[in-house]
Design a protein around this ligand. Structure first.
Ligand SMILES: Nc1ncnc2c1ncn2[C@@H]1O[C@H](COP(=O)(O)OP(=O)(O)OP(=O)(O)O)[C@@H](O)[C@H]1O
Length: 779
């Protein structure tokens, strides 16, 4: 051990001793707090005198109850805080800090050693910092500057100074393994070591090696919208998660983890990233997929297609007669033009076109659809659209009041009373007694009893109808959406056509609706129209929305999310070179998003440095896309990706099995065989699974599994593998230009090794690359 490491180890030992002392102190406190909580819970009612005889007694009881509940909540809060601190300290024992900066602030003669770790540590007085949390203002200097002049912002103003040294430490199990003075060493040694490691079941935090550009994303505090366009593997997901940890720390007094929501591509991805925040001592944010939200809102009325079903159709059914109409429909329905058409359509409904459903009770029409329509268009026409709907709703509720009165005397009610079971009768009786304070004596009045029972029965029967009227279900949204595709409306509102396959799109959409289905491309437009008519359902409690893999969202969906979360700031992270859904085929950047909140409220950051893959893999993958030369690789060496052309499927499978064996001996944790579609994955699984343990990943797979997996490219997005086999990159499979982005996404999942097979002639995508970034073999 050299002198420097020896000295550092001694300091580390002192820090560890402080941590150990604090742990034992807090352990005592937590156990005491726990006992307090248990005791208050156990004796909650013993310590309380419950007396409601007089109003004063009642008041006293309520006050006592409140005090007791408050004491419980304080103790629970203290216990929670102490437990959180305890787990932070226990985590720190492993590696209390990872960096140090030596800083002399302007106007001070003292050079301070600032140690940086995952959590704060102070001495026993609580006044002096031994370690600074990586999210503290001063820690930003570590990520933003090399030694030399520095500047950072604090709530009290900007601070300037000089950084004399910057150290990186690799500490494991309480021992300093290595340390680097970054003013002397070239490159980021620790980053190299971290990136050279194998995959794990879960993604890890990157706080010890956050790069300057990523730090800008993490600490960005300006504007309503932050757009991050970043190359594959540039750390977008990582930056998003550390950003959440940062926001929770910075706003710890007012922001809770469940006020932050992350939209992610699928549930396997959710599982893959679920450890990052707990590793940093924070609770996980809410995580959803856009599809989950659509299902939540629409699955009652429709069979809603999910995005992967849509994609699978596009990837595998090219010969289907409806294929070209479907692609035209997807493009059109994701466009801003369709968004505008829907808005215009909604406005036109103020004058004509609303479709209603008649209201029926026990098979009898109380009011017909036509009558509702007449009411809507003939009265209150000067009011705003939503108020007019409200007026109709009030009118229908009044009609129900009248119906209730009328029905009371009808024979069906009398009959239902007779058939009431004893229990029902007793229930009704008890309810009535409680509500009206009836005594045994007063209830023997037959008429009164009957009237009350009748009212109860009729009300119960009308309850669902009332609810549906309150929920504005008398508006036929499905009919209104279908009408948008009628020839008449098309001529009036679609602004002169020029939409490819316009007629075909219209008839296919109407047919789909008649079958009770809703394609993925229709789900958001349908929901938008519904909300524009019925009023928006908003969620004001969410303060931050982060959207990962944002290239897969249409401008439509962004508009929708903005309206859904009116109180939130949005962070959008994506890469258009990985846009795999048909609706994004034309788009190359997030330019259109600027209009969401306006230029003044929008900031954009681009990440060009890729961290996931070796230099050789990046040199190959960047040739697959336009402007790929901008992507920079980390100086991490590996083997050149290998392209092997085989004559047949049988030979393909033989070679894959032997490649997997070779790689297993290299101890790779995950080897992925990436296919184009679910259909191709299933076929590959059938042919290969007998050779050893392999897992097939499908849309419903919830866990990121280690080992050997077979996976369609679109489900592999967002995640990574030690080594990747591209199952078949032939011209037949990846011949069409529209598949370039999917192919790029598949290849960029590889961290250390990439093997591409092609049965017969390779895809044209490989032709540019083949010259110098791919090794060719035709075994
Ligand atoms: N600063 C960093 N320090 C250490 N590792 C990093 C850093 N930035 C990114 N990585 C690693 O690089 C890999 C890719 O990161 P991440 O998945 O966040 O990228 P991405 O931009 O979301 O990728 P993609 O768009 O391809 O899904 C991960 O293994 C991540 O841990």
């Amino acid at each position: 051990m050299n002198d420097e490491i020896q000295q550092e180890q001694e300091r580390l030992n002192e820090v560890l001793e402080t941590i150990t002392k604090q742990i034992s102190k807090i352990e005592g406190e937590t156990s005491q707090r726990r006992q307090e909580v248990v005791s208050i819970r156990k004796h909650f009612w013993d310590d309380l005198k419950v007396n409601v005889d007089t109003f004063d007694d009642y008041l006293e009881t309520i006050i006592g109850l409140r005090q007791q509940a408050q004491a419980l909540s304080v103790s629970e809060g203290e216990h929670r805080y102490a437990s959180k601190r305890l787990s932070a300290l226990r985590r720190m024992k492993e590696a209390p800090y990872f960096g140090r900066i030596d800083i002399k602030e302007e106007g001070s003669s003292l050079t301070e050693h600032i140690y940086i770790g995952t959590s704060t540590l102070t001495d026993s007085t609580g006044e002096n910092f031994i370690i600074y949390d990586w999210r503290a203002p001063i820690s930003s200097v570590y990520y933003d500057y090399p030694p030399g002049p520095i500047e950072y912002s604090t709530p009290g103003g900007d601070i300037r100074g000089m950084m004399k040294n910057k150290w990186q430490y690799l500490i494991k199990g309480g021992a300093v393994e290595s340390m680097f003075d970054t003013s002397i060493t070239i490159g980021d040694e620790i980053l190299q070591q971290v990136l050279g490691k194998g995959t794990d079941k879960h993604m890890h935090s990157i706080v010890s090696t956050i790069q300057r550009e990523q730090n800008k994303i993490i600490r960005n505090d300006r504007g309503r919208l932050l757009i991050v366009q970043g190359a594959a593997g540039s750390g977008k997901t990582s930056a998003a998660l550390q950003r959440i940890a940062y926001l929770l720390y910075k706003n710890r007094e007012k922001l809770k983890a469940d006020q932050v929501i992350l939209f992610s591509p699928n549930s396997m991805f959710n599982n893959y990233v679920s450890n990052v925040l707990p590793e940093l001592g924070e609770e996980n944010m809410q995580q959803v997929t856009f599809q989950e939200y659509l299902d939540h809102r629409l699955a009652d009325s429709f069979q809603v297609e999910d995005p992967y079903e849509q994609l699978e159709f596009l990837l595998t059914e090219r010969d289907d007669p409806s294929y070209s109409t479907r692609t035209a429909s997807i493009n059109f329905k994701a466009s801003l033009r369709f968004f505008e058409i829907i808005n215009t359509y909604r406005q036109s409904l103020e004058l004509a076109g609303m479709i209603f459903k008649g209201v029926k009770f026990r098979g009898e029409t109380l009011v017909s659809a036509k009558q509702i329509s007449e009411r809507f268009y003939n009265t209150n026409t000067t009011l705003r659209f939503h108020n007019r709907i409200e007026k109709v709703e009030e009118w229908l509720s009044e009609l129900l009041d009248e119906t209730e009165k009328r029905e009371l005397k009808k024979p069906w009610v009398e009959e239902e009373i007779e058939y009431l079971s004893k229990e029902d009768y007793q229930k009704v009786y008890n309810k009535l007694q409680k509500k009206h304070g009836l005594t045994e004596d007063s209830f023997d009045d037959y008429d009164k009893e009957n009237e009350m029972l009748a009212r109860m029965i009729v009300r119960k029967k009308l309850k669902t109808l009332r609810k549906r009227i309150k929920a504005l279900q008398f508006i036929n949204i499905k009919g209104i959406y279908k009408q948008l595709f009628d020839e008449k409306i098309r001529n009036e509102l679609w602004n002169g056509g020029n939409i490819p396959a316009e007629r075909e799109i219209c008839s296919a959409t109407q047919k789909m609706l008649d079958e009770g289905k809703l394609h993925y491309e229709d789900a958001t437009p349908f929901l938008l129209l519904k909300e524009l008519i019925q009023g928006f359902q908003t969620n004001n409690s969410i303060k931050y929305v982060l959207i990962d893999e944002a290239q897969d969202y249409s401008p439509f969906q962004f508009e929708f999310l903005k309206r859904l979360f009116p109180a939130a700031r949005m962070t959008v992270l994506g890469d258009f070179n990985q846009a795999i859904f048909a609706h994004a085929s034309e788009r190359v950047d997030f330019e259109t998003l600027t209009s969401l909140y306006g230029i003044g409220e929008t900031e954009s950051i681009t990440l060009d440095q890729s961290y996931r893959s070796t230099k050789q893999i990046i040199e190959f993958t960047r040739e697959l896309i336009p402007e790929g030369h901008r992507i920079k690789a980390i100086d991490r060496e590996g083997e050149k990706p290998l392209l092997t052309q085989v004559p047949s499927r049988d030979e393909l499978h033989r070679q894959i099995i032997s490649k997997v064996k070779e790689w297993q001996s290299r101890k790779y944790n995950t080897i992925a065989i990436i296919c184009k579609s679910a259909a191709e994955s299933a076929a590959a699984y059938k042919a290969l699974s007998a050779s050893g343990e392999m897992k097939l990943v499908q849309t419903g797979t919830n866990e990121y599994e280690q080992g050997i997996i077979i996976i369609p490219a679109y489900l592999a997005k967002g995640i990574e593998f030690d080594a990747v086999i591209i199952y078949d990159a032939s011209n037949e499979t990846y011949g069409d230009e529209s598949l370039r982005r999917l192919f790029y996404t598949a290849c960029t999942r590889a961290m250390h090794n990439l093997q591409i097979y092609t049965v017969g002639e390779p895809s044209p995508f490989l032709q540019n690359a083949a010259a110098d970034s791919l090794l060719l073999s035709t075994k």
